[in-house]
Design a protein around this ligand. Sequence first.
Ligand SMILES: Nc1ncnc2c1ncn2[C@@H]1O[C@H](COP(=O)(O)OP(=O)(O)OP(=O)(O)O)[C@@H](O)[C@H]1O
Length: 249
Amino acid sequence: MVAPPDNDVLWARGLQFRHADGSPGLSGVSLGVREGEILAVGGPRGSGKTTLLRCLAGLTPVHGGEVWFNSGPMHTLGPVARERLRRERFGWIDPEPVLVPELNAWENAALPLLLRGTDRRRAKTAALEWLERLDVGDKARKHPGELVHAERQRVCIARALVPAPTVLFADEPTAPLHRADRRHVLRTLTTAARSHGITVVLATADPDTAALADRTVSLLDGRRVRTVHLPPVAETAETEGRAACSLSA
Ligand SMILES: Nc1ncnc2c1ncn2[C@@H]1O[C@H](COP(=O)(O)OP(=O)(O)OP(=O)(O)O)[C@@H](O)[C@H]1O
């Protein structure tokens, strides 16, 4: 095993993953994520973005290859150590909002701090600050059932940011939001990440979302590819879909 470069907070080499039904998920993906970087993982539907994020976050054990976090191997950790690492250092945002229905919005957002034993008053203050920044401060006492879908997703994003994770994994985080809301929420997320030194790995098929990242790596059929942007051409049946194409790296 060769240790990764020092300035990579996450480093993966030759990742292999097969789904339970035998279908290929990742075939030899390698990448490094620098500390404080906002990295977009792009690619069409089904290209393996979610699978890659899950492997990097230690949610899914890889079947081959290596994943390193802060110069320590993650792929050799057992489930308990991986779970502890995830709880203490990583944040995760799903494309669909999942909240605890019995807790109100601020309690949901404060949950990671409360589970760590942070004093309730401090946890509440931190949660309220984030709910405010994400424009749902006035919904702090509402329960998930009283919120619309987009508000629930904002609460999930606040919950992921509240503990200031070292790495935040965001899988299509603005998918449930209207187009007009997406930019604001993404800007809040990326600005917060930059000001708190949080590294972000963001899966997205949306070029507007990827444009807010420092760098994009693209996947196709579970492999890393190089994205080449061709100059715009006149719209004809022949040239349709030529705005960008991907080449195997
Ligand atoms: N549990 C599973 N069992 C079998 N195949 C799966 C499973 N999950 C995903 N796949 C398949 O693996 C491939 C990669 O899926 P993945 O969700 O990682 O891609 P994605 O790029 O995130 O796609 P999307 O944008 O649709 O979320 C797809 O072909 C998908 O159908």
